[in-house]
Design a protein around this ligand. Structure first.
Ligand code: LER
Ligand code: MN
Length: 270
């Protein structure tokens, strides 16, 4: 397993659960200084930064790109793949497609989290799940064609009513054509929703593709009340070899959150 830390350049998400909210160069420098293997990027869109600029920072600081988030499509443009308006659904899909392409050029998968939206406002859960399926089918195939996976993230009940739990989300991904889609286990959402986080990870099994390494209060692991020991045991048991990525608040400050994350990952992996 490898370590990663979130770096956010989206102004509308300045108060969001991302460790670094610095200009790219500073964020890369801080991530490398803290000892991370990779950064997870939360950018305003596919044209916010030149690929060559990111690649040169990667080379300079020895960092991989773990994943790219797509939440800016929601927080900046109010888009989701389950919006009742077909034009907005289409715009959402196009935004995510552009982020899949952007991520693939860096060898990184894109994540569908908040842009999944929710049922309600005249949209049944069945209808919303059908639209989600159609989006994942398209995005999973696009990603596979570019040599990367596509990541779907179940969220807690306050952020979506589509999938809040590991087991039904895993069943959903077994549908025809979704082979290119993997799951994101955000340990903050799972601390709210799962009866047992480790069992949830076992449910995901080989469909687990990414982990947001966060404590129960969305601070760095060790600053809340989640016990990481059974979680890392389950990750080992299912043969997970991906990233443990800190999507947490910069509390009490970014450097302390980053340092605590690295310490918790070292302790967990022994
Ligand atoms: C949102 O709560 C979240 O966990 C993000 O990773 C999704 O964009
Ligand atoms: Mn997350």
């Amino acid at each position: 397993m490898k370590s990663a830390v979130t770096l956010c350049l989206v102004r509308e998400a300045a108060a969001g659960p991302f460790v670094f909210h610095d200009p790219l160069e500073v964020g890369f420098q801080k991530a490398a200084a803290a000892g991370f293997d990779a950064v997870e990027l939360f950018l305003p869109g596919p044209d916010a930064v030149e690929i060559a600029e990111i690649q040169s920072l990667q080379e300079k600081h020895g960092l991989a790109i773990a994943a790219v988030g797509t939440g800016a499509g929601m927080v900046k443009h109010g888009l989701s793949v389950t919006d009742p308006d077909p034009a907005k659904r289409q715009a959402a899909l196009e935004f995510i497609r552009s982020m899949v392409d952007f991520g693939a050029r860096l060898g990184a998968p894109a994540i569908l989290g908040s842009m999944q939206g929710r049922a309600g406002a005249g949209v049944s859960r069945e209808q919303a799940r059908d639209w989600l399926y159609a989006a994942l089918l398209d995005l999973g195939r696009q990603a596979a064609g570019s040599g990367v996976s596509f990541i779907y993230e179940p969220l807690n009940r306050n952020e979506t009513n589509l999938f809040n739990h590991a087991a039904p989300a895993t069943d959903f991904l077994h549908a025809d054509g979704l082979e290119g889609v993997v799951l994101l286990a955000d340990l903050f959402h799972m601390a709210i929703e799962e009866r047992d986080i480790a069992d949830g990870l076992r449910e995901m099994g080989d469909r687990l593709g990414h982990v947001h390494w966060a404590d129960s209060n969305r601070q760095a692991m060790g600053f809340g009340h989640t016990d990481p020991a059974p979680i890392t045991a389950a990750l080992r048991e299912i043969g997970y070899a991906g990233y443990l990525s800190a999507e947490v608040f910069p509390q009490p400050d970014a450097e302390t959150a980053a340092g605590q994350t690295i310490a918790s990952i070292k302790a967990a992996l022994g």
